[in-house]
Ligand binder design. Structure first.
Ligand code: XMP
Length: 561
């Protein structure tokens, strides 16, 4: 490396690690002060009190700024003496009511963010997905079932071909859907396995041929019966691939030979490697992935809370194994939301309940008293939100989190920081006040988010829209904003319809976020999230300080986030 060049993060922490574990050169002056005379001890106390003059704990810092709303970039955290290496930090968190996550990150209940695919990916990485409610209730039940019945590594609804299709049709499908694979199970009208269409025949030269003419017939295709999957299906599939060199796909069928899923060797190999990962999947007591779902405080034709409908639906969600329900609205400190939470708490005493959104201590008190375990905090910080512009209402997120967190501590409920997070540093700042964060935009470009990929000027995008946008409210979310779905009534949208550039998969995005959180904790000497909350020291950042914090005076070749 060139003299004076900035060492990459890993190297810097490596140096720190070397210092901690043995002889150090450059760092030796900073070694702990064992064996110092009292006069020397007095000398090192002084810098500490100097630090305390500038870098304040939350209860001194935020009240000093009670005349201004602060958000993430207005504030930075001070570093502290550390014996903690980032990769040693623990990120487990509790959402109350016995629900534990292995990472403090939740995907938002939005119709362009969380359905079963996203919820599965989040839980596999140790977090949680909240399935949105902009769909018929029976569809939301199926989405929850998909998460709860998910067998890791088994593609439960593989893309299939029909025996009478042309290979040209299959090629068109691959192009239209941007599939990165070209081998397809072939099933008949009853879902029974007919054979396997191997990738090497899915070629333009065979376009006019029928799938039936080119497939590998059923009697030559290796399968596994669903009932033989056992408790560890991945180990079973892994052994199969070892025992059958050259076979890269394993189909799962039932006793009637109907197709139930597909293992691919590459998935199985990746999962086997990931088993050593630091953050384990978030599972329930029966080893199933955890899953949350949102509901709104729906009203009946008389404008009253539709108690029967909400109770029946949440009851069905619970039967399917739901781990947490979120009563999700734009204004949680309201009678309808309070009544819904109180009713659900009465009907389901053990079900963890999230409610929101609020930005005041009184709002947290209210929802906690109604029976919520966790409260969503955030009004208007979201990347697609226009509540502050349209309604002139909402509080910059860090101030809101501070106020809410102090009320939550007294009521013993958990604060969830919802919206406005664009980088891992925002999460670190949030977690100094909250138990977990809820993110929408960060995940909306992932392949696991609902929606098709669109291409404009050579770039790939996915739709991302506010649940208060006109289109989302028309699709069902109007109740969240206190409106009806009646399209004849004029309502003011509180969110925009937007695009997000396509990103990598959820586990890749999470790897970046988690890396950032762990770095932040290392800088503060916080081994876990409780220590992060207790140790955090804040200082206000000037506009020049904000500019200084981002890359500047360089031509950036590769984005750093
Ligand atoms: P991010 O910043 O992660 O924010 O994209 C996601 C959060 O924004 C909230 N949300 C909205 N807020 N109008 C709003 O004012 C909307 O249309 C809207 N849709 C979502 C929600 O809390 C979400 O988790």
């Amino acid at each position: 490396m060139l003299a004076g060049a900035i060492s990459p993060r890993a190297t810097w922490w490596q140096e720190f690690s070397d210092y901690r574990s043995g002889p150090a050169s450059a760092f030796s002056l900073a070694k702990p002060c064992l064996g110092l005379a009292f006069s020397d001890m007095a000398a090192i106390k002084e810098p500490e009190s100097l630090d305390a003059t500038f870098y304040k704990p939350a209860d001194a810092f935020f009240p000093a700024y009670n005349h201004i709303g602060l958000t993430f970039d207005d504030v930075t955290l001070a570093t502290l003496y550390s014996e903690v290496l980032p990769h040693e930090t623990l990120l487990d968190t509790s959402l109350g009511g016995g629900l534990e996550l292995n990472i403090p990150i939740i995907s938002s209940d939005m119709d362009t963010v969380t359905e079963s695919r996203m919820a599965i990916a989040m839980a596999l990485s140790g977090g949680l997905g909240l399935i949105h409610y902009n769909m018929p209730e029976r569809d939301q039940l199926s989405e929850v079932s998909r998460v709860k019945n998910h067998v890791h590594g088994l593609i439960q609804e593989p893309i299939k071909a029909g025996p009478d299709q042309l290979i040209g049709d299959v090629l068109n499908l691959i192009e239209k859907k941007h599939f990165a694979f070209s081998t397809f199970p072939v099933v008949d009208g009853q879902g029974k396995l007919v054979g396997l269409l191997p990738g090497h025949v899915v070629k333009l030269r065979y376009a006019k041929r029928k799938v039936m003419e080119a497939l590998t017939p059923r009697n030559q295709v290796e399968t596994l019966n669903k009932k033989d999957l056992g408790r560890d299906p991945i180990a079973k599939a892994d052994k199969f691939f070892t025992d059958h060199p050259g076979i890269h796909k394993l189909l799962v069928v039932d006793d009637q030979d109907r197709l139930h899923g597909l293992f691919t060797m590459s998935d199985v190999e990746r999962i086997t490697l990931e088993r050593n990962a630091q953050f384990k999947p978030a599972r329930d007591a029966n080893f199933r992935l955890v899953c949350g779902a949102a509901v709104s405080a729906t009203r009946n034709a008389f404008g009253e809370l539709d108690r029967e409908r909400i109770l029946a639906h949440v009851g069905s969600l619970v039967e399917r194994g739901l781990d947490v329900v979120a009563v999700s609205t734009a204004h949680g400190h309201s009678k309808g939301v309070g009544d819904a939470v109180r009713m659900l708490r009465g009907a389901f005493p053990k079900l963890p309940i999230i409610a929101g959104n609020v930005t005041s201590a009184a709002g947290v008190d209210y929802l906690a008293d109604c029976g919520a375990n966790a409260v969503k905090v955030g009004q208007g910080p979201g990347s697609i939100c226009t509540t502050r512009i349209v309604a002139g209402v909402g509080i910059p997120q860090l101030t809101a989190l501070y106020v809410a967190s102090r009320a939550a501590n007294k009521k013993n409920v958990v604060v969830l920081a919802d919206g406005g997070i664009t980088k891992s540093g925002d999460i670190v700042k949030s977690l100094t006040l909250a138990g977990a964060v809820i993110c929408g935009g960060i995940f909306a470009g992932c392949p696991e988010a609902p929606g098709e990929v669109m291409e404009f000027s050579g770039k790939r995008y996915k739709q991302y829209r506010g649940m208060g946008s006109f289109a989302a409210m028309k699709a069902g979310s109007a109740a969240r904003y206190g409106h009806t779905n009646d399209s004849n009534r004029k309502v003011a949208p509180e969110g925009v319809e937007a695009l997000k550039e396509v990103t990598g998969s959820v586990d890749r995005v999470l790897a970046q976020l988690i890396g950032g959180i762990q770095s932040g904790m290392g800088y503060l000497g916080a081994a876990n999230l409780a220590q992060l909350r207790q140790k955090a020291r804040y200082i206000r950042v000037s506009p020049a300080g904000q500019r200084e914090a981002a890359p500047h005076d360089v031509v950036e070749l590769k984005a750093g986030t």
